[in-house]
Design a protein around this ligand. Structure first.
Ligand code: ADP
Ligand code: MG
Length: 311
């Protein structure tokens, strides 16, 4: 087996996804301990650099989600400190956290993503940015935070009434995208390999924050019961997106598939560079179906981090 290391697991932080990150981090820490590594758990706060400098780990496992652990900020700090770390580096993280920058990077390379554009929240009260149904979402949140689907004529008023309550009120700018009807698919990439396709079937109809994290509210079908052609397309697009953005470690690409349109109906929504890593999360679940245990997955992500230059 591989050498025993001292690994700092960064988790928590102050994003909306803090509770998920604490679960990812604890899962990872326990897996690393089960493999015989020495683990220092760090709940990230403003003193994180001092804590890392004192711990002097061989490598950092980044189990943070959202800002600032997924947006390049923590990656830049780790680069400056000369510490090796798991998952994507600074530039990749800056691009992938931003759904508009991701589109601008990937669509010209032939990756199918929904159209759409940035709108000011104030403009929504004047006119709809797109024909209904459409989706409004913040450019750089995760976990479906702030996502609204604007559907029928009567939904929030038409145009949206300034009095209507909606998640867009928290943001000055939003990404407006055509609503892709149909099914919700996701594919993990680990290193140079796309894993499987999982279909997510939320019982409520919308794959929102609660559906993502409340046990039993979303059924995971893995591998997804979809035609081979669609599964292969998901894997190829996820692998291409991972490579084009320069992702490291594990990434997870989220898709919508309009099953009335065949492969033409498949659209990449986003690439998650810090995907959920609890033992029950989607990436570990796909790895497990392929015969890779959770500790093996965590070790593989660490191994890739050790191969990289400290920067
Ligand atoms: N263009 C779209 N068409 C249909 N559903 C969408 C669209 N964009 C987002 N959604 C829904 O919102 C969820 C969250 O959107 P996503 O872009 O993956 O952002 P995040 O997961 O970072 O919040 C998706 O899983 C999907 O259910
Ligand atoms: Mg998503």
């Amino acid at each position: 087996m591989s050498e025993k290391l001292h690994i700092a697991v960064l988790m928590g932080g102050w994003s909306a996804e803090r509770p998920v990150s604490l679960m990812s981090g604890e899962g990872v820490a326990e897996a690393l301990e089960s493999l015989g590594h020495k683990v220092t758990r760090i709940d990230m706060d403003r003193d994180v650099a001092a804590k890392l400098a004192a711990a002097k780990p061989d490598v950092v496992f980044n189990a943070l989600h959202g800002t600032p652990g997924e947006d390049g900020t923590v990656q830049g700090m780790l680069d400056l400190m000369g510490l090796k770390y798991t998952h994507s580096g600074l530039v990749t993280s800056v691009i992938a956290i931003d759904k508009q920058l991701t589109k601008q990077s990937l669509v010209p390379q032939g990756i199918p993503m929904p159209g759409g554009h940035i709108v000011s929240t104030a403009s929504l009260y004047e006119r709809d940015p797109l024909p209904r149904p459409y989706v409004l979402k913040p450019v750089n949140e995760g976990s479906s935070v702030g996502v609204a689907i604007v559907t029928a004529e009567g939904n929030y008023g038409n145009p949206i009434s300034a009095e209507a309550k909606g998640p867009w009120q928290e943001f000055d700018e939003l990404l407006a995208e055509p609503f892709i009807r149909g099914r919700e698919l996701t594919t993990a990439v680990l290193g140079d390999r796309a894993l499987l396709v999982t279909e997510l079937k939320p019982k409520s109809g919308f794959y929102d924050f609660d559906a993502k994290y409340t046990d039993g509210l979303t059924e995971h079908v893995c591998p997804a019961e979809i035609p081979d052609e669609i599964a292969e397309a998901c894997k190829q697009i996820a692998l291409d997106a991972h490579r084009l953005l320069g992702c490291k470690g594990a990434s997870r690409s989220d898709f919508r598939w309009d099953d009335d349109l065949g492969v033409e109906g498949l659209f990449l929504l986003e690439v998650n560079t810090q995907p959920g890593m609890t033992p029950l999360s989607l990436v570990p679940e796909q790895a497990k179906k392929l015969g890779m245990s959770y500790p093996e997955l965590v070790q593989a992500i660490v191994d890739e981090a050790l191969e990289a230059d400290a920067g």
